[in-house]
Design a protein around this ligand. Structure first.
Ligand code: AMP
Length: 470
């Protein structure tokens, strides 16, 4: 199959030819025809296989085939994504594929002033890409009316349907017209979340081009067993290997990421952190420098685990193993993109062996064990003189961007995040009757993040115009 067989509108076809796309990727070949026909779609494909175009191209075609005047403060297509960086990247893809169309694309997310976003939405847009928290803030300010949405996409839908977002998602979908096309895409979809996804879809066409949760074959994966105090020296050693060109180091927590950056600096390795406690300006600056190659080591929490497309990433280091095994699949998908090779190395401390087993069960294969480098203990001896090992701090794991408080910058306050999950907890709690929902087991402490946020939002609501009162 080639793009001509898909009969996409000429301006889209021209943009694809200019980008050098010769033929649709398997997920595109499978998802585009039913999407063009107006069906709801549930798309499962490994990361880096062209998922964005799989939903963007049919949307652009449908917009081109049925041009309409833009309505003020409205959008015809809404794409929701879990992080700001992913939202920006998706908006850039729409712009690239739609560059020969008269298209208006906007992206909105928290952490930056809201005024500019309000002004961009005022004349109405064709495509709006958003993180859920800021989207609701704009709705409640009366700056956005979701009543004219014709197409809805949830990218990384398993995360969007998970506990941290599902509450916002319910409120958003409640504001959308019932008659619409909905498309859900992800690389992983645990069964309980897939069941939940059915609530948002009508007679969907399910397209899955790879077995779920498999990792991209081109990623060479390995694990090094190492004690926690030796991890930093090992990381510094690995980062200095010749074949390591550009790497992302994943830390489980925000403070942990900062600590790694400081300790790498003490080892003369320049790195920048990206996580929810950094300002949006800092996050954007770090990612831009990393994309351009000016910065070669990015230390990130799981907010960078999904969707980011930087083809030059040669290595992913899992400094700590993720508590949720599917996150491993997303993390290592940041390498071996666009046909390149990539390596993923997990640094596994003795107390992480259970997490490693969970990961191996999820990806259905064992990771190759890489021995500690022969001279490593000597190196540790040397490096340890420079490295001050801070005691581990209890902190919550971070996986996505949740609505910051209106008014933009968080002023350095903690961003709401998922609680760290015990390794074997189900992704979604199952009620006694077997339906998904409620709290995961063992999380009876305090309100859920979404509830806490919502409570705060309800308080704020008194000071704002409600959408109904607009
Ligand atoms: P995604 O999975 O959407 O993040 O896309 C991964 C990478 O594949 C991006 O760099 C896209 O530009 C590229 N890509 C997407 N579709 C195609 C295609 N049909 N041919 C060549 N490259 C593509």
């Amino acid at each position: 199959m080639n793009f001509a067989d898909l009969a996409l509108a000429e301006p889209i076809f021209r943009a694809l030819a200019e980008k050098g796309y010769a033929e649709p990727s398997p997920i595109q070949a499978a998802a585009i025809p039913p999407a063009l026909a107006g069906n709801d779609v549930l798309g499962l494909a490994q990361t880096g296989t062209g998922k964005t175009a799989a939903f963007a191209l049919p949307i652009l075609h449908r917009l081109a085939a049925n041009p309409k005047h833009r309505l003020k403060i409205s959008t015809r297509c809404l794409v929701l994504a879990p992080t700001r960086e992913l939202a920006s990247q998706i908006a850039a893809s729409f712009q690239a594929y739609g560059k020969y169309m008269k298209l208006s694309v906007s992206v909105v997310f928290g952490g930056v002033p809201i005024g500019r976003q309000e002004r961009a939405l005022f004349p109405g847009v064709d495509v709006l890409v958003a993180t859920p928290g800021r989207l609701l803030d704009l709705v409640m300010k009366g700056a956005l009316d979701l009543g004219h949405v014709e197409m809805l996409v949830l990218d990384e839908c398993d995360q969007m349907l998970d506990l941290g977002f599902v509450h916002d998602l319910k409120r958003i979908t409640g504001l959308l017209p019932k008659t619409r096309q909905t498309m859900l895409f992800s690389a992983t979809l645990p069964p309980a979340i897939e069941e939940l996804s059915q609530r948002y879809l009508k007679n969907p066409v399910k397209v899955a081009v790879q077995p779920q949760a498999t990792t991209v074959d081109k990623v060479v994966q390995s694990v090094v067993h190492v004690s926690q105090p030796e991890k930093l020296a090992l990381l510094a050693h690995l980062l200095k290997q010749d074949d390591v060109e550009r790497s992302i180091v994943f830390s489980r927590t925000k403070h942990g990421a900062d600590r790694i950056v400081r300790q790498l600096a003490a080892n003369k390795i320049a790195a920048e952190a990206i996580h929810g406690n950094r300002s949006q300006a800092q996050r954007t600056k770090a990612l831009t420098a990393f994309r351009s190659g000016e910065l070669t080591v990015l230390v990130a929490t799981d907010i960078a685990a999904r969707g980011l497309d930087i083809p030059e990433v040669s290595h992913v280091f899992n400094y700590e193993l993720p508590n949720v095994p599917e996150q491993y699949v997303h993390r290592i998908g940041r390498t071996a993109r666009a046909g390149r090779n990539g390596q993923a190395v997990a640094l596994c401390a003795p107390d992480e062996r259970g997490l490693l087993k969970d990961i191996e069960r999820t990806i259905r294969k064992p990771l190759a064990v890489q021995p500690l480098p022969g001279d490593f203990r000597d190196l540790v001896g040397l490096a340890a003189k420079n490295i001050k090992l801070a005691p581990p701090e209890p902190e919550r794991e971070e996986r996505g961007d949740f609505g910051r408080r209106p008014g933009g910058n968080n002023g350095g306050r903690r961003e709401t995040s998922y609680g760290a999950r015990p390794a074997r907890d189900p992704r979604v709690a199952v009620r006694p009757d077997g339906r998904p929902g409620g709290r995961p087991e063992g999380r009876n402490e305090g309100p859920r993040p979404a509830q806490a946020r919502d409570g705060q939002r309800r308080q704020n609501q008194g000071q704002r115009r409600s959408p109904a009162g607009r």
